[in-house]
Design a protein around this ligand. Structure first.
Ligand code: ZN
Length: 407
């Protein structure tokens, strides 16, 4: 693959493309307002309204596309320029959003797309319709400017990211609809290049006891007491082990006891207790290693108290994401940042994204999109309009530089 082939000529083309983005400013922002206006909160995750708006934009841009409706409501799009040519660069981002929450906490309507002081407000304005609009508009600009890419560019707005991706990107991967060589995930990174994120593991612990009457509890074994004893040890052990476990780009490893439930009545010794545990793993940690560590701590608890009987079940797993900074695709993306005065060093992404599915397949994957990550799921979510315009230019340039152009 040629990077920066024919640099001077590409540079002139790049200027043309950036000028075109500036000229289309109103259309880009108008399109973002239009898709923010199509509510797609998940649950229930109905993305059909957004998909309709996207399809009409793709049609008017002469970009061919296919839509995929997984069930009655979860719909995704794969649009491709130069279909069939390789390499394939994939722009993926999600069109579902988290729920609005308490509407009274919003100053501007959550689906209004209202612009005040250069900020466009609405649920999903940043996470992640603020990336979807510039990705599609970058495709349109490349078409309008007559740019011949030396490969294919797929633009892939997906459903269901906020609920784990099974009815969105995961479905498209499993059915062979996506075969990228390089991936850009549109998530809020303030237009910086993120190359690492933590993975998620949900574990359910079940502690077993023996029931008895509360007036003679010594006749039984209390599953709740045993669970509490174990969780206390687990917290102590993990806190100690995590102290020295760090990744340069992500937040530290973490755990959270999210739910606990046990017993049937106050006057009955509980014979069962369940606790659900969220563990965020660093890019170099694994599911197997995490289970080994937890089982080791269960064994230690049992050594201290032979009546402790606990088993563990994996409820959910999302792999961590990591792409090597030396990867040519990452370097190309960082070069694009440089043109816009954005820090050209990779960063980490705080949350989890659909990018993990591609990273798991060892496909070079980066996250890049406008917006401030801290505002993602909060009321009054907004996106700075300027960053949306900048992202449009960056996506277009990244496609040109990573695929190369044919003169
Ligand atoms: Zn997101």
């Amino acid at each position: 693959m040629n990077f920066r082939k024919g640099w001077y000529r590409v540079n002139a083309l790049e200027e043309k493309v950036c000028r075109c983005v500036d000229e289309m400013r109103e259309e880009i922002i108008g399109f973002l307002q239009e898709i923010v206006g199509q509510a797609s909160c998940n649950p229930p995750g109905d993305t059909r309204g957004v998909v309709r708006a996207i399809c009409s934009k793709l049609e008017s841009s002469q970009i061919s596309y296919e839509t995929f409706l997984v069930d009655e409501v979860h719909e995704s799009v794969v649009a491709t320029i130069n279909a069939g040519q390789s390499p394939n660069l994939l722009f993926n981002s999600h069109i579902d959003t988290v729920p609005v929450g308490e509407e009274s906490r919003w100053t501007y309507g959550p689906f209004s797309g209202e612009i005040v002081d250069g900020k466009l407000y609405g649920r999903g304005s940043a996470d992640a319709k603020g990336s979807v609009a510039p990705m599609i508009m970058a495709g349109k600009v490349l078409q309008l400017c007559g740019i011949q890419l030396n490969g294919s560019l797929s633009i892939n707005p997906v459903a269901d990211e906020e609920m784990g991706g099974a009815k969105g990107v995961k479905h498209l991967i499993d059915t062979g609809k996506l075969k990228p060589d390089m991936v850009v995930i549109g998530e809020i990174t303030t237009n910086e290049i993120a190359i690492a994120e933590k993975g998620i593991i949900w574990l359910e612990f079940t502690s077993y006891g023996r029931t008895a009457h509360a007036s003679t509890p010594w006749d039984g074994v209390n599953a709740i007491s045993k669970m509490v004893k174990f969780l206390y040890l687990l917290e102590e052990e993990l806190t100690e082990r995590f102290a020295a476990r760090r990744h340069p780009l992500t937040p530290p490893p973490s755990f959270n006891f999210g739910m606990i439930k046990g017993g049937v009545k106050a006057n009955v010794v509980a014979d069962q207790c369940k606790a659900v545990f969220d563990r965020r793993i660093l890019p170099f940690e694994t599911l197997e290693g995490t289970l080994d560590e937890v089982n080791e701590i269960i064994a230690k608890a049992q050594q201290e108290d032979p009546e402790i009987k606990i088993d563990v079940k994996v409820l959910d797993y999302g792999a961590p994401l990591e792409t090597a900074p030396e990867e040519p695709f990452v370097q190309t993306a960082l070069d694009v940042c440089k043109e816009f005065g954005i820090k050209n060093e990779p960063v980490g992404y705080q949350q989890a994204s659909d990018g993990r599915f591609f990273s798991e397949m060892k496909i070079p994957t980066i996250l890049l999109g406008p917006g401030d990550p801290s505002l993602a799921h909060s009321p009054n979510e907004f996106i700075p309009v300027e960053q949306v315009i900048q992202a449009t230019k960056m996506y277009a340039l990244l496609a040109m530089r990573s695929l190369g152009t044919i003169s």
